[in-house]
Design a protein around this ligand. Structure first.
Ligand SMILES: Cc1cc2nc3c(=O)[nH]c(=O)nc-3n(C[C@H](O)[C@H](O)[C@H](O)COP(=O)(O)O)c2cc1C
Length: 333
């Protein structure tokens, strides 16, 4: 039984990856994930805002000011610039310590969205010993004058800048809000991306009607949210040279299996680990092995992409034709 998979040119003992989250900022969790059989671990992100704040000469002057001003102190060491209580130096330290602590690949995560010198930080991450780098360009295009073309060009430039800085394999955590995901994915591969993570989960605000204000609570994902990444993994599988990692909505082993059948090289999870604890990773890995054994599937290669667009006998299931069919079949009360 071979659960091994190739992700970003790294050989993983199985396709399960603990995706980026605060959970993976603690060495004890990182070790427990390895004990539970994880294939690889993505560290939480280091953010452009943190890197720039540290690099900015002005921040030195502000520091001096901050000593005498509690407001400035709390602003510059605040939650926005430093969500995990880690500055860039402690991030590099985390990369070093995580690599020393476990044998599985440790993927660092660099998070930023505008062009600037912060992408050079990728080199320090490489020097700290990361096995690969995930790039998250979380951006909400609130500027109505900025076109999709301009935004995509900027994303591509960032990817090129990062890929040009390091020899490490780079995966891009994609947003699903693009007009042609497959085309853009290929652009990124052309700029050097070795892998794509589908998708980044945007955290939309809600409205609290009692207090009449916006709220920004983080809700963990639900299994239904798998459908969108699964669709795009199925459409891309076998048609791009990039590795494909599925992210969002895995709650049990069925979710893992579905993503693999769609064509994922790796399957990531955070919400399930936050809900059930890091030990739940072993339930997913063991469950995948059992699922394959029961069906006498000898290796992941034998099942990966079986339900992809490329290998589907009825590709219309993935297209507009199916949309029309589904609407027609729905029995309204
Ligand atoms: C508490 C928490 C912290 C997260 N931190 C990061 C982060 O630092 N960088 C990042 O790229 N994604 C981050 N994510 C997103 C996850 O990596 C993942 O993409 C998302 O939760 C969807 O996967 P899931 O459905 O398995 O939870 C975070 C998610 C949660 C719940």
């Amino acid at each position: 039984m071979a659960l091994t998979t190739n992700y970003l040119g790294l050989k993983l003992k199985n396709p399960l990856i603990a995706s980026a989250s605060s959970l993976n900022s603690r060495l004890d969790n990182i070790r427990r994930l390895e004990d539970a059989g994880v294939g690889a671990i993505v560290l939480p992100s280091v953010f452009q805002e943190q890197i720039e704040a540290e690099a900015d000469e002005v921040s030195c002057r502000v520091d001096a000011y901050a000593e005498s001003s509690p407001e400035a102190q709390s602003y510059f060491s605040g939650a926005i610039a430093n969500p995990y209580g880690m500055g860039p130096d402690s991030y590099l330290n985390l990369v070093r310590r995580a690599r020393a602590a476990v044998g599985v690949p440790v993927i660092a995560s660099l998070n930023g969205s505008s062009r600037a010198g912060w992408t050079d930080f990728a080199r320090l991450i490489e020097q700290a010993g990361a096995s690969a780098l995930e790039l998250n360009m979380y951006h909400v295009p609130t500027d109505l004058l900025e076109s999709g073309q301009v935004i995509e060009a900027r994303y591509s430039e960032i990817v090129e800048a990062v890929c040009g800085t390091v020899a490490l394999p780079v995966a891009v955590k994609l947003t699903p809000y693009l007009s042609s995901i497959g085309h853009f994915a290929e652009q990124l591969v052309g700029r050097g991306a070795a892998g794509l993570v589908l998708f980044n989960r945007l955290l939309e605000p809600d409205i609290d009607l009692l207090r009449m204000k916006l709220t920004d609570r983080l809700d963990l994902s639900e299994p239904e949210e798998m459908r969108l990444p699964m669709l795009w993994i199925a459409i891309l599988s076998g048609r791009t040279k990039a590795s494909l990692a599925a992210s969002t909505g895995v709650s049990d082993v069925d979710g893992v299996v579905k993503y693999l059948l769609a064509g994922a090289d790796a399957v990531m999870t955070t919400s399930a680990l936050l809900r059930h604890g890091v030990g739940y990773m072993s339930t997913l890995v063991d469950g995948l092995r059992t699922w394959m054994e029961e069906r006498e599937i000898a290796s992941l290669d034998d099942m990966r992409g079986m339900m992809s667009w490329l290998r589907s006998r009825d590709q219309s299931v993935y297209s507009r034709a199916n949309y029309i069919r589904i609407l027609g079949h729905y029995a309204a009360p």
